[in-house]
Design a protein around this ligand. Structure first.
Ligand code: 5AD
Ligand code: SF4
Length: 438
């Protein structure tokens, strides 16, 4: 039996891809290990979204090579987005034996057999139809409660700053029957929550001779698997999120009331340059619509500070939008120019680093204040939480998320992982609700 060790970086889609890779390699006789030193195959499933994500991987490659020098025959593999972006350039370092892009994981067994010290292997072909629909991912989460199901791959939105369309290829949707089957399987295995994953779930579309299934219909089908199975999804796109999706969420108790809706900027001029295909007003209208149909809906976002030519006025637009919407939480980044993107070709990365960082810090400070406000707003409320397990800080307490995606901690009281528990919110921080059993 050969042993494989994989480190996963980047988004939830990568976490799910690692599970697909484990499944493919298990059929080829590999067992999983969590100890790099004993592995025959050491891999990193990588991310290229910002330069610092890639810099981190270069550090890991050095470390993998220390193990490779100590144990002759150990194979070092780079898979995922950075493999797709850098291709042969990774092999040229002589520190990597295997380079495989996100659509080529089925060729891993063949490539592994062909590797010799003098012939590293590479497959970075992108596909128009690969969705790994027939592969049951080996779940790597530890709680056994919440599973990722990928519903589509790739991306057709060419946001000017973003490398993803180049690393993950064109968008394709997965057969809805295989998605529902996977949801049934994980439910039977004891999972109580699925997160449907796609770069832009709102553009999910399956067409066959018998049927056309859009994202609203897919959500309805997955929600109908069992009322005890909660459904989440990510990521939504403000230009595509439809009234039908919002209404489907409202109509099913087991579809979680949380939308991750990346805004990127509050300035319409920046949004245009980012090629987001919506403006500030459109975004605010979508938020108003969500809140009128689902008043208690959790809303989170992504924000980029210091995109090309961003002025103080553009930046003030981002701050005022964040003030107005009041997100529960946000992922906030300084703009990082990515080679090959439209922005890298057309728009100079001309906001000085210290200005970017100052703006980013202002964005973070505002969001911290807003998060605390949003969490405080929940104090006194009664919420239903799906127990994920003991709290990390205090093992006598349990933790789990409410429908709106807020993390809750509460006394155990004989409850266990995978149960639904009603709690009363007593207090909070800007990232956790502190609760009593209701
Ligand atoms: N620089 C900074 N942040 C980026 N993101 C995507 N590309 C870049 C980039 N070049 C952010 C966006 C996206 C999130 C996943 O990462 O906010 O929504
Ligand atoms: Fe990173 Fe984007 Fe690739 Fe996910 S899709 S791993 S976030 S570059």
């Amino acid at each position: 039996m050969k042993k494989v060790y994989i480190e996963t970086y980047g988004c939830q889609m990568n976490v799910n891809d690692t599970e697909v890779i484990f499944s493919i390699l298990a059929k080829d006789g590999y067992v999983r290990t969590e100890t790099m030193e004993e592995a025959d195959l050491i891999m990193a499933n990588t991310c290229s979204i910002r330069d610092n994500a890639e810099q981190r991987i270069w550090g890991r490659i050095e470390l993998f090579n220390q193990v490779r020098r100590r144990r002759e025959g150990t194979v070092v593999g780079i898979v995922g987005c950075m493999a797709e972006r850098l291709k042969d350039r990774l092999l040229d370092t002589h520190k990597v034996d295997l380079v495989v892009g996100p659509d080529a994981y089925r060729s891993l067994p063949r490539l592994l057999k062909a590797i010799t010290p003098d012939s590293p292997q590479i497959d970075v072909l992108l596909s128009r139809d690969e969705t790994y629909a027939d592969i049951s991912p080996v779940r790597t989460d530890r709680n056994g409660v919440s599973a990722f199901i990928s519903i589509m791959r790739g991306c057709n939105n060419v946001c000017s700053y973003c490398v993803v369309p180049y690393t993950r290829g064109a968008e394709r949707s997965r057969d809805p029957h295989s998605i529902v089957r996977e949801a049934c399987d994980v439910f039977r295995q004891g999972y109580r929550e699925v997160t449907l994953l796609g770069q832009n779930v709102d553009s999910y579309l399956w067409k066959s001779e018998e049927e056309t299934v859009d994202f609203a219909e897919l959500l309805r089908r997955v929600a109908s698997v069992d009322p005890r199975l909660r459904v989440r999804f990510a990521t939504s796109h403000p230009k595509d999120i439809s009234d039908a999706v919002i209404e489907t969420m409202a109509a099913h108790d087991n579809i979680c009331k949380h939308i991750h809706l990346p805004v990127q900027s509050g300035s319409s001029r920046m949004l245009e340059k980012m090629r987001r295909k919506y403006d500030r007003e459109w975004y605010l209208e979508r938020v108003a619509r969500i809140r009128s149909v689902i008043p208690e809906c959790g809303l989170t976002t992504d924000v980029i500070a210091g995109f090309s030519s961003e002025t103080e006025e553009d930046h003030a637009g981002t701050l005022s939008l964040m003030e107005e919407v009041g997100f529960d939480w946000a992922f906030m980044f300084a703009y990082s120019e990515r080679p090959g993107t439209l922005a890298a070709r057309k728009y100079p990365d001309d906001v000085p680093p210290e200005v970017k960082n100052r703006r980013l810090n202002e964005i973070i400070a505002l969001q911290n204040r807003k998060s605390l406000e949003r969490y405080r707003h929940q104090v006194g409320r009664r919420l239903t939480v799906l127990v994920e397990g003991p709290s990390k800080r205090d093992p006598d307490q349990l933790c789990g998320r409410a429908s709106n995606n807020m993390m809750c901690v509460f006394p155990g009281g004989g409850h266990g992982t995978g149960e639904y528990v009603d709690v009363l919110v007593r207090d909070c921080t800007s990232a956790t609700l502190i609760c009593d059993l209701a």
